[in-house]
Design a protein. Sequence first.
Length: 453
Amino acid sequence: MIILKSNKMKMRISVIILFTCLVVQSVAFNGKEKADNFTQQIVTVGLRDADINGSDNMAIQAAVDLLFYRGGGTVKILPGEYTLYNSVYLRSNVNIIGDRESTILKRCPAVSSKLLVDADVFEKQIIPADPSLFKVGMGIVCRSNNLMNAMITAPLTIAGIENGKLYVNDYIPFDFTAILDSQGKGGYDGLVANVFPMLLGNRIENVIVDGLTINSFTKEDPGWQNVRTAGIFFGTCKNSVIRNVKVSNTQGDGILIADASFNITVENCESSDNTYHGIHPGSHSTSVTVKNCHFHHNGSDGIYICWGVKNSFFIENDVHHNGTRKIGKRNGISIGHKDTNNIIEGNHIHENAISGIHFRTKTEANGAHNNVIKGNTIENNGLPGHTDRGYGIFISGITHDILIGNNIIRETRQEDSRLQKNAIVLSPGVSRVQIINNEMSGHPEENVVDKSK
């Protein structure tokens, strides 16, 4: 580290950041020949014997930034464990490649502190009760009781620490009150915590993330209660791929694709043991493809299709043991608000807490219309200890124009464990559903319950 001293502030700045600025102009790649086309350049990051040596997010970020300013290329992260104290910020035209089983990104220990002074919107300083918990370069957010469940996808970065104050790189987005005011208002128990997505892509394009294990496990911390963030976050991104990545133990969603992202492919990935969804494509993202992935043991839905997802494909995934959180049991695949013209095909959807596939209750204007469910095996949904009634496919709301064809929908368990009571349930308000050439068997009640009439 380099320490800069002034009368006003003592600020620590990582030497890696300075190094990145210098290598933009000139860098020697340990004797490797520079490629004529910058997009073909490879920079290695490793614990030793790499172009950039280091064991944390700053080493990876330095390589990403270097290649971005040189026109693009590939960051190859060598085998080893790397601790992230902040998000790795992805850049357009820069790929990140590792070895899935042995390139491991893990989260630093969770810390939090109550605010000593209110943190106001458009301020760039935060005063915690215990500033010793934090360090320069760390990703942080403010939280309070009235914003406790907000999705955290835009952390601030600590740029400097002086006299108990954390100076951050951008404006605080909301008011966070520490104590009651003179009128007895406020007092939302504001705090600051080091919560951030592990990989963060915002308004990027032409990126491949390939071959990583991302483990977001952290021990319990008072300021982390009800946290919701992501292992990988893509927001307003396009023409990018996530493949051969294992994401687990996220306080939130394993993979989150949001904010009108376009043409994103997620393939050959595993997302498990996250407190919310295994994967969550949402907020008017289109042309998303999720294929050959494994989503299991997530607290909420394995695949949560949410809020205007259109023209997307969910193909040949293994989706099981999802939705088992303590409050609000969930499903294998959930689809709802304006999620139209999607195909769910060739998946194995089994042993989820309630339903294999669940269409959420929406108005006609906001319904999940014109979707196709074909060629799936949907079996043994409804888990003992979590529900007394499970379903293969449950369609609710004012939902219409659904094709359910060539699926195997069955219950194969014995006696009291046969909790997938029906293959298909059509609730009042559902219309124009085609049920064609499905094999339905083993359910303790009728295969199709049609309440739509």
